[in-house]
Design a protein around this ligand. Structure first.
Ligand SMILES: Cc1ncc(COP(=O)(O)O)c(C=O)c1O
Length: 473
């Protein structure tokens, strides 16, 4: 028993998490009263507080610039702003709060450790030991060695460093339109965007990536030709690199680019391609991992095991905790890169991640995510029948997208429509993420079908309004 702290024997379990009883319907939205719009949004109070803060606080995201709402709280699938508007959450924060806002088990776990021990560098704690064991257990194959961090981009940096250490090579491949973070290495693997990177470090190369809706290379029958992409990669490595490629770094489904889906044969073939060349395969699953697509790792949909994987966002359901995980045989290299950090693996973070994994298991959220994806796809296909500005719809679990085009034959992106739909739906009480002409949805994994339908109905209505306003009805 601790002499420093009150005796909590019986109050916490053997993993170091407090026992929490909660109503399974704690997260539900009363759809007779949600969404509930009183002013704006953004309403006057949001504008006032936002105006005061932004006199000092700089570097806002495009989303906040476009829609400066000031949030005051969230519960389950509902968000509330300072004007009293209540919105349905279709973004999970930013692909983060998959278990809903303030899941009782996660919040209590964080609160318990916040009062007991907040930081002890990278010393071991009972809750860290329990977390890493649990994470290694749920992840596929021999993804058994890991280090914990506090942001996705830092986990990606660790992945890059470990690949260099493991291979002795220095170069990296990634794909057009990828996003991996905003620090120098991760940004060097991403498309250049004046908002977050204006330079690429030497030795980082980008390649075209197969997109099932916009294939670059097709077979005679018009279907996407994965082999042609791989042939291009082979030629590029031969002629464009210096022969020092350590790893291929990819998002299994591109999130920021607009839920861009690969063909089913891409990752299995890429796995073989990398193996034949001694190139490591790094899956950046910061966005797609931890149940977002209905599996712990998105790559499990295609039966592929990466050499290194990065996790974040949903890992701690809102608490900043991320991980870089490597397979046996590569994980030893963590010891060669001075892998630890000030905040990585702190007790609150470990508690949040461990509680989140337990909730995903206990509440069957992988299955729910997959089911919601199927239901959404059916509903979005119906929407495509009615709105000619919808070019494509897609979903893998709770990662969804609707691509808006001016013309289905030319597939010309319809940016103005994307912005209008986003704003119209937000004003109706749907909190979600803007993305140019591709509408991106990432509802919480805890949603039920009625809540999902309520959100999709708002989007349907907003697309109809935008099409009429722009003369495309
Ligand atoms: C695929 C991917 N990797 C890395 C990151 C960076 O994560 P963070 O914002 O936590 O640094 C993101 C963030 O959106 C992401 O989507």
């Amino acid at each position: 028993m601790s002499t420093l702290l009150p005796d909590d024997t019986g109050l916490i379990d053997s993993n170091g998490l407090p026992h929490v009883e909660y109503d399974p319907d704690w997260c539900r939205a009363d759809l007779s009263r949600i969404p509930h719009i009183v002013a704006g949004p953004p309403g006057p109070e949001s504008k006032r507080i936002h105006g005061e803060a932004t006199g000092i606080y700089r570097g806002l995201s495009g989303q906040v610039r476009l829609f400066p709402v000031c949030w005051s709280g969230g519960k389950g699938v509902v968000l509330e702003d300072v004007d009293g508007n209540r919105s349905l959450d279709f973004s999970s924060g930013i692909y983060v709060t998959g278990l809903g806002h303030c899941h009782p088990k996660v919040s209590e776990a964080v609160a318990y450790w916040a009062k007991r021990l907040m930081n002890c560098h990278d010393f071991t704690t009972p809750v860290k030991a329990a977390l890493v064991e649990k994470l290694a257990q749920v992840l596929p194959g021999d993804l058994q060695g890991m280090q914990l961090y506090d942001s996705g981009t830092v986990a990606v940096e660790a992945a890059l460093r470990i690949c260099r250490a493991a291979t002795g090579r220095t170069e990296f491949l990634s794909c057009f339109m990828d996003f991996h973070g905003k620090t120098l290495g991760s940004a060097s693997c991403a498309r250049m965007n004046p908002m977050y990177a204006s330079t690429r470090m030497p030795g980082f190369y980008m390649l075209p990536r197969p997109d099932t809706y916009r294939p670059l290379w097709t077979r005679e029958d018009g279907s996407l030709d994965t082999e042609a992409y791989l042939a291009y990669y082979a030629q590029f490595i031969e002629e464009g690199s210096t022969g020092q490629v350590a790893a291929f770094v990819l998002e299994p489904i591109q999130g920021w680019a607009g839920t861009i889906m690969p063909p089913d044969d891409f990752f299995p073939k890429l796995r073989r391609f990398c193996d034949e060349r001694g190139i490591l395969l790094v899956a950046d699953e910061v966005l797609t991992g931890m149940g977002r697509t209905g599996q712990w790792l998105c790559l499990q949909h295609w039966g592929v095991l990466p050499d290194v994987v990065t996790l974040g966002k949903g890992l701690g359901n809102g608490f900043p905790v991320t991980a870089c995980v490597a397979r046996e045989g590569i994980a030893g290299n963590f010891d060669r890169i001075s892998a630890s950090s000030s905040y990585g693996g702190n007790p609150m973070a470990c508690a949040a991640a461990l509680a989140s994994i337990e909730v995903i298991e206990e509440e069957g959220l992988l299955e729910n995510s997959r089911r919601l994806g199927e239901v959404a796809l059916k509903r979005m296909r119906e929407m495509k029948e009615t709105h000619r500005i919808i070019g494509d719809v897609r979903a893998k679990g709770c990662l969804m997208g609707i691509e808006l085009v001016k013309d289905r034959a030319t597939k010309e992106p319809f940016e103005e429509a994307g912005k209008l739909v986003y704003v119209n739906a937000f004003r109706k009480g749907l909190a979600w993420i803007p993305a140019g002409h591709i509408l991106r949805m990432s509802p919480p994994l805890v949603m039920n079908e009625d809540e999902l339908m309520a959100g999709l109905n708002i989007i349907d209505e907003a697309i109809g309004e935008a099409a009429r306003e722009l003369g495309y009805a």
